[in-house]
Design a binder for this molecule. Structure first.
Ligand code: ZN
Length: 248
């Protein structure tokens, strides 16, 4: 199996890329990086769908917990878009909960709505679970497969998550965060995938993040694990294809 680098979570639909999206996607393709972009708002989901066809990239569609203030009409529109496009997506997400946002009760309600949809259309989910890693792990138990995007929780919980067959996604933060390095050190490679969360979480100060930087994540994992980069790349690719139930 020919392996590729995988950016399992980024936002190519973000308006931050309006000026140079062509160039950035071309650069990632040249470097053998497969992109999975995650719609996270009503506009973002519509743009992600356009990009999928235009650039032949993979997408997931969801609704970000930070959008908790929007009214039900917007949430329902996103819900219906996901349902109508279930054959075009790898999974449901970015969905989840964030401790730094308000109204946890409503965040949970919205999260559970999309979780039920994922079950109904038989897709895994991509979650943003800052501060709610344990809660999300418990809510989703025995329901769907979960990729914890940019996981920042503790190591013991991450081990439990991995043993359940879920994925811990290591982002470009690993280039400078001791906590993320520690996670990589103590977790089986089989539990991991890689992402950039572009345009966020740049490993290079003052420069927007982009999917090609996922190579830096693989490099850092290889260094920490004292493995060949090629081996890490292969395993991450295999883990990610298995998780989404398709070869990407
Ligand atoms: Zn994201």
């Amino acid at each position: 199996m020919n392996s590729k680098y995988v950016d399992a979570h980024c936002h190519m639909e973000d308006k931050a890329f309006n000026k140079n999206r062509d160039e950035i996607i071309e650069r990632s393709k040249k470097q053998n990086v497969e992109i999975i972009t995650s719609g996270a708002s009503l506009g973002g989901c519509l743009r992600a769908l356009d990009l999928k066809d235009k650039y032949n990239i993979y997408i997931t569609l969801g609704y970000h917990p930070s959008k908790v203030r929007a009214d039900d009409k917007v949430v329902n529109k996103v819900y219906n878009i996901i349902k109508a496009n279930k054959n075009k997506i790898l999974g449901v997400g970015e969905i989840g909960m964030d401790i730094k946002d308000e109204n946890y009760e409503r965040q949970e309600k919205i999260f559970k709505k999309f979780l039920s949809l994922a079950e109904e259309i038989n897709k895994p989910i991509v979650v943003h679970a800052r501060g709610f890693e344990k809660k999300i792990f418990e809510i989703t138990k025995n329901r769907v497969d979960v990729m914890f995007h940019c996981y920042g929780g503790d190591v013991d919980l991450a081990k439990e998550i991995g043993k359940e067959g879920h994925l811990i996604s290591i982002s470009t933060l690993v280039c400078f965060s001791e906590h993320h390095k520690e996670l990589v050190k103590r977790l089986d490679l089989e539990f991991l995938t890689t992402e950039t969360d572009s345009p966020y979480l740049s490993p290079i100060r003052g420069v927007k993040n982009e999917p090609a930087n996922v190579k830096l994540v693989v490099k850092e994992i290889a260094k920490i694990k004292e493995e060949e980069e090629e081996e890490v790349k292969k395993t991450i690719y295999k883990n990610t294809c298995k998780f989404f139930g398709t070869r990407i």
